[in-house]
Structure formats: structure tokens, C-alpha cells
Write a protein that binds this ligand. Structure first.
Ligand code: HAM
Length: 420
């Protein structure tokens, strides 16, 4: 193992690529900030119990993928594998739901950790931007979230994604379906682990990727036939609202999410250019989660979009984001006196909001111009002793190669005007 190697399943974000990750986070957050969602930040770890109860004891996330550990003080903690349980915990702790203003709408951005088998698009450390609307049962809220995610992806320039939509029923109808499905699964030729899964979480068996299992699942009872009237009406309203907003989706009755807290509306955003790790985002309604972690009844809905996979999806579609240049002006001083003068100019430019950088380390003209080129700056300003004696600096247009002398005391204004 090299000392300079990031841990397995992780990678670093480094310039210039890191700028795209920032831009993706900002693009996902923008429609949320514009729709009444307030920013929330919670710790990177929680009591392990929160995820065991919230995400579910029978999920892969909790049984296989959680970074759980005991501290020196004996606390049992886990690095957060997802954001929803943490955000709801924080909202309950701060009594946000009692402020008389439901739903409480929150958005977040951060790192999440799952001990998964790494592959392209699947990492042990990844990043999400998410949104949760807590304490309200209203199909317009489910629709709002789906529409905002669609808007975020479109604003980024993504086109080849699809929205899969399903309803998982509620505490009235899902148990009836669950029992029917279990009856069906018990009659199949399944290995021991799958049978155990059928006992604990039969819906997950529908998600099994193996062809021999899928073959046997033909004819399995489908949840749609078991939905109660309230769930059906709710789901129809969600569908109608998204349709009216012009957002296309596909009904996918096989959509079962990997977390136990979902009820009613569930959805996933999948991108067709990503191979097996095609889900760029997902979410749904979790009306029972608050009670599962010891809170009052607070029907809620939310989603999280994966930043890593969104960047991969942009690459797959060949979308180039329009990023502001890291540096617009690069200053090249030749000699001590010029160093002081141009450093002052760079400071003024920065104050004026112009992205400016400087040749440090007393480099000669050739080396410094190489740096100016690499910086991507549109303009270089160069000054030596003779220029200073004449009260000017040389302004070089890095695109055309043209150079002109500009009075030192006018250079900031001239550059501001040129850069518009
Ligand atoms: P999730 O489907 O587990 O949902 O994760 C959401 C997104 O995070 C995925 O669609 C994917 O883009 C990204 N993601 C998940 N695991 C990985 C990984 N190992 N490597 C890279 N990207 C990954 C949740 O986390 C729920 N908390 C969403 C939610 C919010 N539901 C309601 N509110």
C-alpha cells in the first residue's frame, strides 16, 4: 500500500474536475432554495440505533454496508449511510415540527458512507444533495419534489434520464400484500438466504437480479392489485400533478427501494448511460419513519440525488458545464519593484470581483508566461523596470497575442471594462 493512496472505494476531487462537482451541487440546490427549503447540516455520524431502526434491520445498508464502530467512551456510532434518518432526527430534536409551520422543508448536501463492493459509480464514500419535506400528507408535496429534481437535472443539461414511479402502499394495505407475496415465495425453489429474506423483507426478493430467480417470479402477486382506495387515490393525484407539470415518468411496479422506511410514493431517477449503477437519485414518502425512531406521527417525503453519479451521467452525455474561468487575469512581474506594484493591482482586481492570480516565486519571463497560459487567463499583465519608469504595464490578450501599454493607474478599470 502506498502512503499516498486514498482508501479503497474512495477518490479525491481535485482541480479542475472538482469544479464540476461544485457546480452540480449548486445546480441541484438552486431549485430547492427557490421553493422554500432551508439548509440543514447534521453530523457525519449518528448513534447506530438511529439507522438500525430507521433504515431497517433487514436492509443491506444496515446489515452489510454500515461503518459502525464503538468509541473509546463506549458509544455505538455509525458513519451515516444516508441522510433522511439524520435530518428527521435533527428536526425532532429541534422541535421544528412544533413551530406550527408544516411541512418543515429542508435541504442538505454532504458525504455518505457505505461499505459496498466498489465499482464505477459505486463508492464507499459518495456525496448526495437531498431534500426532505416533513410533517405533511399532500400529493402536491410528492409532486413538488419530483418536479424540482427534474428541473435540477434539466438545468444541468441532462436529457437521457428517466423517472420511475411506484406506490408501496401504506400500513393498511401493504401487510396484506406482504402476506400474499410471502405465500407465493414460499412455494418457489429458492436458496436459504433468499428464503430468509422472503421472511423478513419479501418485497426485496422482487428486486433480485439473478435470472433464475426472476424467472420464478413471473406471476407473483403485484402490489398494485392490493393498494387500498386511499393509496390509489393519493397515487393518482401525484401522477396527475406531475403530468400536468409536463414531467414525463414511467410507472414501475417493480420499483422497490433499498431502505425500509418507504410508504406510498417511491421514485427513482435512472440514467441509461451508466451501466449497472444507473440510479442517479431516488426517494419517496416515509410516513412511518418518525414513529419508528420514537417521534410523533409525521408523514414526510424526500429524495437524495447522487452527486458522483450525476457527474458520470453528464460525462456519458458529453455535457460540458459552463463554468466561470478560474482565472481571468494573470500578473507577471519582472523584478522587485514590479512585484510590489502588480501585487497591488491583483489585490485591487480581486476586490473588484475579477478572478486574478499572480506569478509567485520570482520566476523569469518564460516560466511565468507558461504559468499564465496554464491558468487559462484571458489577459496577462506584465511589467518590468522600464514599464514602471514610464508609468505603464503591458496588457497582453492571451487569445490574440496582442499587447498594449496601459497606464498603471488605469489598468484595473481597463480590465474591468474588457471583461465586462
Ligand atoms: P438511495 O437510493 O440509497 O436513497 O441513495 C440516493 C442516491 O445516492 C442514489 O440514487 C445514488 O445516486 C447515490 N448513491 C447511493 N449509494 C451510492 C454509492 N455507494 N456510490 C455512489 N453513489 C451512491 C437514499 O439515500 C435516501 N435517503 C433518499 C431519500 C431521501 N428518501 C427520502 N428522502
Amino acid at each position: 500500500m502506498s502512503t499516498f493512496q486514498a482508501p479503497k472505494g474512495t477518490y479525491d476531487l481535485i482541480p479542475p474536475d472538482s469544479a464540476r462537482y461544485l457546480a452540480v451541487r449548486e445546480a441541484i440546490a438552486a431549485p430547492l432554495k427557490n421553493s422554500g427549503y432551508g439548509y440543514i447540516e447534521t453530523p457525519g455520524f449518528e448513534n447506530v440505533e438511529l439507522f438500525a431502526r430507521g433504515v431497517g434491520e433487514s436492509t443491506d445498508i444496515v446489515t452489510k454496508e454500515m461503518y459502525a464502530f464503538e468509541t473509546k467512551g463506549g458509544d455505538k456510532l455509525a458513519l451515516r449511510p444516508e441522510g433522511t434518518a439524520s435530518v428527521l432526527r435533527a428536526a425532532l430534536e429541534a422541535n421544528l415540527h412544533k413551530a406550527g409551520n408544516l411541512p418543515v422543508k429542508l435541504w442538505y448536501s454532504g458525504s455518505y458512507y457505505r461499505y459496498e463492493r466498489p465499482q464505477k459509480g459505486r463508492y464507499r464514500h459518495f456525496s448526495q444533495v437531498g431534500a426532505e419535506a416533513i410533517g405533511s400528507e399532500d400529493p402536491a408535496l410528492d409532486a413538488e419534489l419530483i418536479i424540482l429534481a427534474d428541473q435540477a437535472y434539466r438545468a444541468l443539461g441532462l436529457r437521457n434520464f428517466r423517472i420511475l414511479l411506484n406506490s408501496l402502499g401504506d400500513k393498511e394495505c401493504r401487510p396484506v400484500y406482504r402476506a400474499a407475496l410471502q405465500d407465493f415465495l414460499r412455494g418457489l425453489d429458492l436458496d436459504e438466504e433468499t428464503l430468509r429474506r422472503a421472511d423478513i423483507n419479501p418485497l426485496r426478493v422482487l428486486d433480485d437480479k439473478r435470472a433464475d430467480v426472476q424467472k420464478q417470479l413471473v406471476g407473483a402477486p403485484v402490489l398494485r392489485d392490493y393498494l387500498c382506495d386511499a393509496c390509489k387515490t393519493y397515487h393518482e393525484e401525484v401522477r396527475a400533478l406531475i403530468t400536468a407539470a409536463g414531467v414525463a415518468f414511467e410507472d414501475d411496479e417493480k420499483l422497490v427501494r433499498g431502505l425500509d422506511y418507504y410508504t406510498r410514493t417511491t421514485f427513482e431517477f435512472v440514467h441509461d448511460g451508466l451501466g449497472s449503477q444507473s440510479a442517479v437519485g431516488g426517494g419517496g414518502r416515509y410516513d412511518g419513519l418518525s414513529e419508528m425512531i420514537g417521534g410523533p406521527s409525521l408523514p414526510s417525503v424526500g429524495w437524495a440525488l447522487g452527486v458522483d453519479r450525476t457527474v458520470l451521467a453528464l460525462e456519458a452525455e458529453g455535457v460540458e458545464l459552463e463554468l466561470p474561468p478560474a482565472t481571468s487575469v494573470f500578473a507577471v512581474p519582472l523584478g522587485e519593484e514590479a512585484r510590489r506594484v502588480l501585487f497591488g493591482v491583483v489585490t485591487e482586481l480581486r476586490k473588484a470581483g475579477v478572478a486574478a492570480d499572480f506569478s509567485y516565486g520570482g520566476k523569469g519571463l518564460k516560466g511565468a508566461m507558461k504559468n499564465a497560459n496554464r491558468s487559462g487567463a484571458r489577459y496577462a499583465i506584465v511589467a518590468g523596470e522600464r514599464d514602471l519608469a514610464e508609468g505603464v504595464v503591458q496588457l497582453k490578450d492571451m487569445e490574440s497575442g496582442e499587447q498594449e501599454a496601459v497606464a498603471s493607474d488605469a489598468i484595473v478599470e481597463v480590465l474591468k471594462a474588457k471583461l465586462g
